[in-house]
Design a protein around this ligand. Structure first.
Ligand SMILES: Nc1ncnc2c1ncn2[C@@H]1O[C@H](COP(=O)(O)OP(=O)(O)O)[C@@H](O)[C@H]1O
Ligand SMILES: [Mg+2]
Length: 355
């Protein structure tokens, strides 16, 4: 399986729309890489550039060390699976899967073997004679995957392939994709706007915003050490809470609302003394038992079974906290949330980079 490298890849559509700006990243053989970011951030564009369906404005793309900028999509030997995978409605599942190989004039016997093997891997071997309309959404999605797998391409490019499925099927197919990746040893570049999909599937996650890379890291590093406020707010569900505080110059403490939190202030805080900063706290990082903290006025309580999500206001800021089911918040009443200083994220108010 192939190695992929993008070097300063830029795509400008007409009138200065930078769909991709100086994108550089590598994907190792057999790696599962995920491009994630909100709608319109340049994910599809980046995939289409890799596939050769779009011409670069500048930069270079290498597959296995070979520059492919001038290569046709066909010669790049990549397979792309889209959200709106169109199966041929008049063809059987078998023919849908075999079609690409037939077009390339592979021997009939070999085609049959490959289609059967792939169908077995995907658990659709008993559906080969059906037409697409006789399949469920999940089964159709598997056929679309199968169609790309039988070709045995160097790279798989997946563009939000699960977003047409219902929530339950999406979770199931997600697990199947992870298993499939291990089984076929594929190099995969997977695009999604869904951070949960990115976190659960990606070995390497590339976070995009407005055509630019924000951070490249493994899932836990992204979660624990986000480089800026954008990544911190994008990864994690419910999202991180943000509020503004001041690092008190004399006492070296962080203050916001009624909270007065002792931080271990090291030299990197030097230039922030007496300044206001953005404070980030994950909903899962509040405690209801010990330490200093804040008080929120409860707006909404969402019971999740073994825990509650409590939504409320502190000053003018909306916050959400996950608390144990026995914590007993009451709508309209104050509710105390304690804060462990070790769980606080701080960001520069101006640049939004992590402090
Ligand atoms: N063919 C095109 N012509 C002009 N602008 C485009 C074209 N395709 C995409 N764009 C713009 O480029 C940006 C990135 O789009 P896209 O790659 O589709 O984002 P994503 O897949 O992350 O939602 C958007 O602002 C989009 O409007
Ligand atoms: Mg897209």
């Amino acid at each position: 399986m192939a190695r992929l490298l993008l070097e300063n890849v830029t795509k400008v559509y007409d009138r200065d729309v930078f769909a991709a700006r100086n994108i550089s990243f590598g994907v190792d053989p057999e790696e599962f890489a995920v491009l994630v970011g909100p709608s319109g951030c340049g994910k599809t564009t980046t995939l289409r550039l890799i596939a050769g369906l779009e011409e670069l404005s500048s930069g270079r793309i290498y597959i296995d060390g070979q520059a492919v900028n001038e290569m046709t999509p066909k010669d790049r030997d990549v397979a792309m699976v889209f959200q709106n995978y169109a199966l041929y409605p008049h063809m059987s599942v078998y023919d849908n899967m075999a079609f690409g190989l037939q077009m390339r004039h592979h021997p009939k016997k070999e085609i049959a073997q490959r289609v059967l093997d792939t169908a077995q891997t995907l658990g659709i071997a008993d559906l080969l004679s059906r037409k697409p309309r006789q399949l469920s959404g999940g089964q159709r999605q598997r056929v679309a995957l199968g169609r790309s797998i039988v070709r045995d391409p160097k790279l798989f490019l997946f563009d939000e392939p699960l977003s047409n499925l219902d929530a339950k099927m999406r979770v199931q197919m997600r697990a199947e994709l992870a298993r499939l990746h291990k089984k076929i040893h594929a190099t995969i570049i997977y695009v999604t706007h869904d951070q949960v999909e990115a976190m659960t599937l990606g070995q390497k996650i590339i976070v995009l915003r407005d055509g630019e890379i924000q951070q490249i890291a493994d899932p836990m590093t992204l979660y624990k050490k986000p480089v800026n406020k954008f990544v911190a707010g994008f990864i994690g569900s419910p999202p991180m809470n943000f509020m503004t505080g001041v690092i008190n110059e004399e006492r070296g403490q962080l203050q916001f609302g009624s909270a007065d939190i002792r931080l271990t202030l090291n030299e990197q805080f030097g230039k922030y003394l007496g300044q206001s900063v953005v404070i980030g706290i994950r909903p899962t990082d509040f405690s209801t038992v010990d330490g200093s903290g804040i008080s929120i006025i409860v707006d909404v309580i969402e019971p999740m079974g073994n825990e509650l999500y409590v939504y409320g206001r502190c000053g003018g800021v909306m916050l959400v906290a996950r608390v144990p089911e026995n914590a007993a918040p009451i709508v309209g009443r104050p509710f105390a949330l304690k804060i462990d200083p070790g769980k606080i994220y701080l960001f520069d108010e101006e640049t939004e980079t992590a402090i």
